[in-house]
Design a protein around this ligand. Structure first.
Ligand SMILES: [Zn+2]
Length: 193
C-alpha cells in the first residue's frame, strides 16, 4: 500500500470499520436497538495497571484474555466483559475493537440528556491515560481526526465524558483531559448530562 493509499484508507469506513488501522475484534459487543441512531461520542481514559502505560493489557481486557497473575488489579477486573470502539495509545496509535455499527460495552449504567443506556446510541473512544497525567499531543491530534471521520458517517451531535454520563461511578477522562483542545471546526460540543 502506498503512503497515499494508506492516508485515504484512514478516511474511509466500511460497515463501521476504519480501513488501514490495527483491528482487534472484541467479542464484547452486540446489536444496537432497532432504529437507534448514533448521536453521541463518549470519551474515556484507561490504563492497565492504573497509571502505567504501554503493554497489551487494554487489548487483553477488551478480548477477555487478561492474565490475572500479572498484576493484583487484573484479578479484580478479569470477569468484566467490556469493550470500546476505539483506543488511542500514548503514541497516537489508533486501534479499533468494535464496528461503529455495533454496540460496544463501554458506558455501563449511564444517563445522558435523560436517556439511559448510553451504549445504545454512542461510540466509545478510550485514550490511554489516567486522572493525574496530561494526555499527549499525538492523542489529541488522532482524536480530532477520528471524531471528524466518525461525523462523516454518523449523525453525532455531541461529545460527553464517561464521568458526565456516570458521575457516581466514573471520573474519566479526568481533570487532565483538555476539552478546550477539541473546540475546533468540525468537532461537536461537549454536552454534559
Ligand atoms: Zn470510561
Amino acid at each position: 500500500m502506498s503512503k497515499l493509499d494508506a492516508a485515504n484508507a484512514m478516511t474511509t469506513m466500511t460497515k463501521g470499520w476504519i480501513g488501514a488501522i490495527r483491528r482487534i475484534p472484541s467479542p464484547n459487543c452486540d446489536d444496537r436497538p432497532e432504529g437507534q441512531a448514533v448521536s453521541l461520542i463518549v470519551i474515556h481514559a484507561i490504563s492497565l495497571p492504573p497509571a502505567q502505560f504501554g503493554g497489551d493489557s487494554i487489548e487483553r481486557l477488551f478480548t477477555n484474555t487478561l492474565d490475572p497473575g500479572v498484576h493484583p488489579y487484573f484479578a479484580a477486573i478479569r470477569s468484566l466483559r467490556v469493550s470500546a470502539h476505539f483506543l488511542i495509545r500514548r503514541d497516537g496509535e489508533l486501534i479499533q475493537f468494535v464496528s461503529c455499527d455495533k454496540r460496544a460495552w463501554h458506558a455501563g449504567i449511564s444517563c445522558w440528556q435523560g436517556r439511559q443506556r448510553c451504549n445504545d446510541f454512542s461510540i466509545g473512544i478510550e485514550l490511554e491515560g489516567c486522572d493525574d497525567i496530561p494526555f499527549e499531543d499525538k492523542q489529541y491530534d488522532r482524536l480530532i481526526g477520528l471524531i471528524k471521520l466518525i461525523r462523516a458517517h454518523y449523525p453525532v451531535a455531541a461529545l460527553a465524558g464517561h464521568a458526565d454520563i456516570a458521575p457516581e461511578r466514573k471520573t474519566d477522562p479526568g481533570p487532565c483531559f483538555a476539552w478546550q483542545r477539541l473546540a475546533v471546526e468540525g468537532i461537536p460540543p461537549r454536552i454534559t448530562a
